[in-house]
Design a protein around this ligand. Structure first.
Ligand code: IVH
Length: 333
């Protein structure tokens, strides 16, 4: 076996950094910096180097995102903090009542500041990092226990395998796995050409891809990920004043965070955001089924607390189902 020289190690580190940076630009910033061909060239160069010098292979190398032999089943994992769900609202009266309840509970005279985000139509997952390395990825399951899908999540290029320096010793990130519409269309074309199952929508395609016991299949599906919050944190500091600052922090840790997020004031700010995102809905690269409103102050969030299985400080304002707003333009017989 060839002995590793420091030059080769440096080259491998550099290639890994370039590849992860390209993933980040593509998935998080939606602004690819290099072409697919350039990406493949970097990837092949790294693969060659690791095959010449196997001692250079690391657990978190981008070349390890290819999946591994099928598992007999998924292990069950208990969530350290439950992954709860959101209460849904469908009309303006419910939003007005939500804001009123919050102002009353907080005894607030002024308008409430809300962090507002798209509601991704995918699958909730929790990602646990220890000393900067991804060690566990789980589905939401029933909110208290989910399935260990770490090997599958490792294949998703939008999910960092290693965090930048300065990350807390324990960091849990929560977010949504989904499939971009263009990747969904492409997958269905390929499935049809092979005479295999056609997926009804990007959400089903993402779910079917994530729950593969053979992670090598997951690796061939282009899945995306967006972070929307933090779970357990220990052994380090993260912003603890507002939700919007936590999202910025997540972005600085290389996680994709929705570009369409905003901070608004009072009910009128919520309505304006709902309207605005509703207008952008069909041109977004992924499916959303509404928007989410969260009281921005984390101190106020703690004061508001939870009722049964949902937070009092957050609400999902749903859009009408996509089918209902489809306009039939023409029918050819
Ligand atoms: S926050 C305490 N933010 O909606 C709940 N959830 O019914 C914290 N979802 O299973 C969740 N987009 O997967 C949050 N921007 C967003 C979201 C979001 C989609 C999903 C989430 C959860 C469901 C809640």
């Amino acid at each position: 076996m060839a002995r590793v020289q420091s030059g080769e190690k440096k080259q491998a580190d550099q290639l890994r950094e370039q590849i992860e940076q390209a993933n980040y630009a593509f998935y998080a910033l939606d602004a690819p910096q290099i072409s697919d061909a350039q990406y493949d060239r970097l990837f092949r160069e790294l693969q060659q180097l690791e095959s010449d010098y196997p001692a250079l292979v690391t657990h978190d190398s981008p070349t390890q995102r290819v999946g591994s032999a099928p598992l007999p089943g998924f292990e069950s994992v208990q969530h350290a903090t439950p992954m709860l769900s959101l209460n849904n609202a469908f009309d303006e009266d419910e939003i007005v009542a939500f804001d009123r309840r919050i102002r009353e509970t907080l005894d607030a005279d002024e308008e409430i500041e809300y962090a507002v985000e798209p509601k991704f139509d995918g699958l909730a997952v929790s990602l646990s990092y220890e000393s900067g390395a991804l060690v566990l990825g789980a589905t939401r399951g029933d909110g208290y226990a989910g399935e260990d899908v770490t090997t599958n999540l490792r294949t998703i290029r939008a999910i960092p395998l290693r965090l930048p320096k300065g990350a807390p010793k324990t960091l849990e990130v929560r977010g949504e796995v989904l499939m971009l519409r263009r990747d969904f269309e492409k997958l269905n074309e390929e499935q049809a050409a092979r005479g295999e199952k056609i997926f009804a929508n990007p959400r089903n395609a993402a779910a079917g891809s994530l729950r593969q016991l053979d992670s090598r299949i997951t690796a061939t599906r282009r899945l995306a990920f967006f972070a929307y919050g933090l779970g357990n944190v220990a052994g380090g500091r993260v912003p603890d004043d507002t939700h919007s600052r936590q999202l910025e922090y997540l972005q600085s840790m290389m996680f994709p965070v929705a570009n369409q997020r905003d901070v608004v004031s009072g009910v009128s700010g919520l309505f304006e955001y709902y309207q605005n995102i509703g207008e952008q809905r069909t041109s977004l690269p992924y499916d959303i089924d509404g928007v989410v409103y969260k009281v921005n102050s984390l101190r106020a969030q703690r004061e508001l607390g939870f009722v049964s299985r949902a937070p009092r400080f957050a609400l999902a304002h749903k859009f009408p189902a996509q089918e209902e707003i489809t306009e039939v333009l023409d029918i050819d017989v």
